[in-house]
Design a protein around this ligand. Structure first.
Ligand code: MEV
Length: 417
C-alpha cells in the first residue's frame, strides 16, 4: 500500500518530487515518462502556481467563433476537456448573430468581504455603532490599497447584518479589473481590530463572500424563428419551463451554462470555483432555479436572458502569471474585467441556448456523443486516423464504450492501423 507520508516533498526540485512520488506510488516507466514530458514546457510556471507540483494536466484550449457581444465580434478561448462545449457556442452564436448577437449590462465590479463579530449582547447597538463610524471604516479600508483607489476603485459601503447570534459586516469594495479576493480579504483582516474596538465584540472570520451579488452581469439575445424554426422556439420554452419548475432539472440546466463560463474562466486564469459558487448560490436565492430565462417575442422569435454574478479579473493571480491566460485575453481583445465578464455571460447564454435546442430536438446524444466517442476511442488506444474511424463506427452502432472501441481497434486491418 502507498505510504502517503513523504516528508520534505515540497522542498525538492520538481523532477525529484516526481521521482519520489513515482517510487511511492509504484508508477511504471511509461506513466512517469508521460508526466515528465507533459511538464516539459509549462512545468516551471505550474511550480510557481501551486504546491508539490510534479507535472501539468493539460486541458484542450479551443476557440469559439461567430460571437458578437455588444456590437463587437469576439473570438472566445475556452479551456475544456468536454466535447461539444466549444461547438455549442459557435452554433448558438451563429444563430443569433444576424439578429444583433448578444447584448449585455454589467454592475460595477464590487465584491463583498464579510467580517463576523461574535460575543455581542446587543446586536442592534453594535450595528448602529458600526454604521456611525462608516467614514473611518472607509478610510481604513482605502488605506489598504491606495493604487486601487487611484484607479477609481476602493471602499463603497459598509453594511451591518444581524445574523443571530452574530453581527456580520459586509465591506462593499470596487475592485476594478481584479477578481478582488486578495484585496477584500486584506481589508477585512485589517479592519478587524477597529471593528472590535467599536463594537466591544470579538471578530471571527474575515473573508470574501462568493455570493458576489453586487457584481451581476446580464445578457440577452434574440434567436429568430426563421433561423431556428418555430418548433424549436416552442421546444426551448418548454425546456426552460421544466427547469423553472424543477430544481433537479435546473441544476443540469445551470451546469450547461457553467460549461461555457468555466471554460472561458479557466482559459483566462480565473477562479472557476468562485464562478461556480457564485452562480449556484445566486441561483438558489428564493429557491434553486435556472440562471437563464426565455420568452417568445411578439414576432414569434426566441428571446433569451441570463443574469449571474461574474467575479473575474484580468490582473493578478494566475491571469497575470500564466502566459496562456495572457494570450487568451489577447485573443478576446479583453482589456478590462468588465468586457471579460460580459463576454462570459454571453457565452453562458449561448451555451445554454444550444444545449436546450439539442435537448428539445434530436437530444444531445447525437452531437455530444459523436464527440465523446473520440475520447473513448483515444482511451482505448486509437491514434491518428483511427480515432475518427472508430468514433464513427461506435456512433453508427449506438454503442460508445471503451470495450467496443478496443474490439473495433483489434478488428482493424493491420494496414489501417
Ligand atoms: C452537459 O454537460 C450539459 C447539458 O446536460 C446541459 C443541459 O442539460 O441543459 C447538456
Amino acid at each position: 500500500m502507498t505510504n502517503s507520508r513523504l516528508p520534505g516533498l515540497h522542498n525538492l526540485p520538481r523532477a525529484e518530487r516526481l521521482t519520489r512520488v513515482a517510487q511511492a506510488a509504484g508508477l511504471d516507466a511509461a506513466a512517469r515518462a508521460h508526466l515528465e514530458a507533459a511538464a516539459a514546457h509549462d512545468g516551471e510556471i505550474a511550480d510557481h502556481l501551486s504546491e508539490n507540483v510534479i507535472s501539468v494536466m493539460a486541458v484542450p484550449l479551443g476557440v469559439a467563433t461567430n460571437l458578437r457581444v455588444d456590437g463587437q465580434d469576439v473570438l472566445v478561448p475556452m479551456a475544456t476537456e468536454e466535447s461539444s462545449v466549444v461547438a455549442a457556442v459557435c452554433n448558438g452564436a451563429r444563430a443569433c448573430r444576424d439578429a444583433g448577437g448578444v447584448v449585455t449590462e454589467a454592475d460595477p465590479p464590487r465584491m463583498i468581504a464579510q467580517v463576523q463579530v461574535t460575543g455581542l449582547e446587543d446586536l442592534s447597538a453594535a450595528r448602529d455603532a458600526v454604521l456611525a463610524r462608516r467614514d473611518e471604516i472607509a478610510a481604513r479600508c482605502n488605506a489598504c490599497d491606495p493604487v486601487l483607489v487611484r484607479l477609481g476603485g476602493g471602499f463603497r459601503d459598509v453594511e451591518a447584518r444581524i445574523v443571530p447570534p452574530f453581527l456580520v459586516l459586509h465591506l462593499i469594495v470596487d475592485v476594478r479589473d481584479a477578481m478582488g479576493a486578495n484585496t477584500v480579504n486584506t481589508m477585512a483582516e485589517r479592519i478587524a481590530p477597529f471593528v472590535e474596538e467599536i463594537t466591544g465584540g470579538r471578530v471571527g472570520l474575515r473573508i470574501l463572500s462568493n455570493l458576489a451579488d453586487r457584481r451581476l452581469v446580464r445578457a440577452r439575445a434574440v434567436w429568430p424563428a426563421e433561423v431556428i424554426g418555430a418548433d424549436v422556439v416552442d421546444g426551448i420554452l418548454s425546456a426552460w419551463a421544466f427547469a423553472a419548475a424543477d430544481p433537479y432539472r435546473a441544476a443540469t440546466h445551470n451546469k450547461g451554462i457553467m460549461n461555457g463560463i468555466d471554460a472561458v474562466g479557466l482559459a483566462t486564469g480565473n477562479d472557476t470555483r468562485a464562478l461556480e459558487a457564485g452562480a449556484h448560490a445566486f441561483a438558489a436565492q428564493g429557491g434553486y432555479g435556472p440562471l437563464s430565462s426565455y420568452e417568445k417575442t411578439p414576432q414569434g422569435d426566441l428571446l433569451g436572458r441570463i443574469e449571474l454574478p461574474m467575479p473575474v479579473g484580468i490582473v493578478g493571480g494566475a491571469t497575470r502569471a500564466h502566459p496562456t491566460a495572457q494570450a487568451a485575453l489577447k485573443i478576446m481583445g479583453a482589456t478590462t474585467a468588465d468586457r471579460l465578464a460580459r463576454v462570459m455571460a454571453a457565452v453562458g447564454l449561448v451555451q445554454n441556448f444550444s444545449a436546450l435546442r439539442a435537448l428539445a430536438t434530436e437530444g444531445i446524444q447525437r452531437g455530444h456523443m459523436g464527440l465523446h466517442a473520440r475520447n473513448v476511442a483515444i482511451a482505448a488506444g486509437a491514434t491518428g486516423a483511427q480515432i475518427d474511424r472508430i468514433a464513427r463506427a461506435m456512433v453508427e452502432r449506438g454503442e460508445i464504450r471503451e470495450n467496443v472501441a478496443r474490439t473495433l481497434l483489434d478488428e482493424m486491418p493491420r494496414k489501417g492501423r
